[in-house]
Design a protein around this ligand. Structure first.
Ligand code: ADP
Length: 257
């Protein structure tokens, strides 16, 4: 496996060498992990690793992993730890992960968290957890109003980010569809799985000495939430403060530790 090289970043006249960050985006389904991952990837130029996207790509390809996972995703249940651990292990050994990674939707169980922390240690990554907190009733409204382009994958929201023409993708004109698991009964099942299996990881991380940063995931625009996440990561020394735009008012996204 490839060791993550320390990054050198110039800060004024100083050169700072920092270990590769492993930014763990944590929160319930619909808390905005995917949106934040894309914004952070754009600024930090490190890969976004989404186990949900990886599984959906296998399902679309119709391969063996896809066949094993399809029914579980459709019903809102988790796929096996062994399967996702192997997907992540293989992905983070690729060369583009040497400068750092953004994890979205992984880890989700205590087993996955243990495997991840071992991988982080073996590969010289420095992990930090960003906990995006959003009220569950808001989540259900967000997810039932979500539509996706089946061709390019772009996500829309019927309330906050509608397409220019109703029901049609702005980019390629395809008819938008709800994601398979965005029906209300399945959303409730995903929230239950989160409560039972994933939320307890917050204590696990704290006990393992991994910093956990709480962010209000509904108090500001996605761009301002991204700035507050970036401020927190910069104050921990995990990212270079010069790589993201910084003009948001400090009070807006409700950062607490
Ligand atoms: P969300 O966070 O909105 O539920 P994801 O795209 O992260 O969306 O996950 C969709 C589904 O993929 C999950 O409901 C689960 O079935 C499966 N999945 C994704 N990541 C994992 C994981 N780390 N462990 C087990 N199952 C996973």
């Amino acid at each position: 496996m490839v060791a993550a090289a320390p990054r050198s970043n110039r800060l004024g006249s100083q050169t700072i060498s920092r270990p590769a960050p492993a930014i763990i985006l944590f929160g319930s389904p619909g808390s905005g992990k995917g949106t934040q991952a894309k914004l952070l990837r754009h600024n930090l130029k490190i890969p976004h690793i989404s186990t949900g996207d990886m599984l959906r790509a296998h399902i679309a390809a119709g391969d063996e992993i896809g066949e094993q996972s399809r029914g579980l995703l459709r019903s809102g249940k988790l796929v096996s730890d062994e399967l996702v651990n192997e997907l992540v292990r293989a992905r983070i050994s690729e060369p583009d992960c040497r400068s750092g990674i953004i994890l979205d939707g992984y880890p989700r169980t205590v087993n996955q968290a243990g495997v991840l922390l071992d991988m982080m240690q073996q590969n010289g990554f420095r992990p930090a957890v960003i906990h995006l907190m959003v009220d569950y009733e808001k989540i259900v409204a967000r997810l039932t109003g979500r539509r996706q382009c089946p061709v390019c994958g772009t996500l829309y929201s019927l309330t906050t980010h509608p397409p220019k023409v109703e029901g049609v993708c702005d980019l390629d004109g395809a008819t938008l569809v709800p994601r398979d698991d965005d029906r209300e009964s399945v959303i409730r099942e995903r929230l239950d799985q989160y409560d039972m299996q994933t939320r307890p990881l917050l204590n696990y991380f704290r006990q393992a000495g991994v910093p956990v940063i709480k962010i209000d995931g509904a108090a500001a625009s996605p761009e301002n939430i991204m700035r507050h996440i970036s401020d927190s990561l910069a104050s921990l020394g995990l990212i270079d403060p010069s790589v993201y735009p910084r003009e948001a008012p400090a009070s807006e996204a409700g950062v607490t530790r």
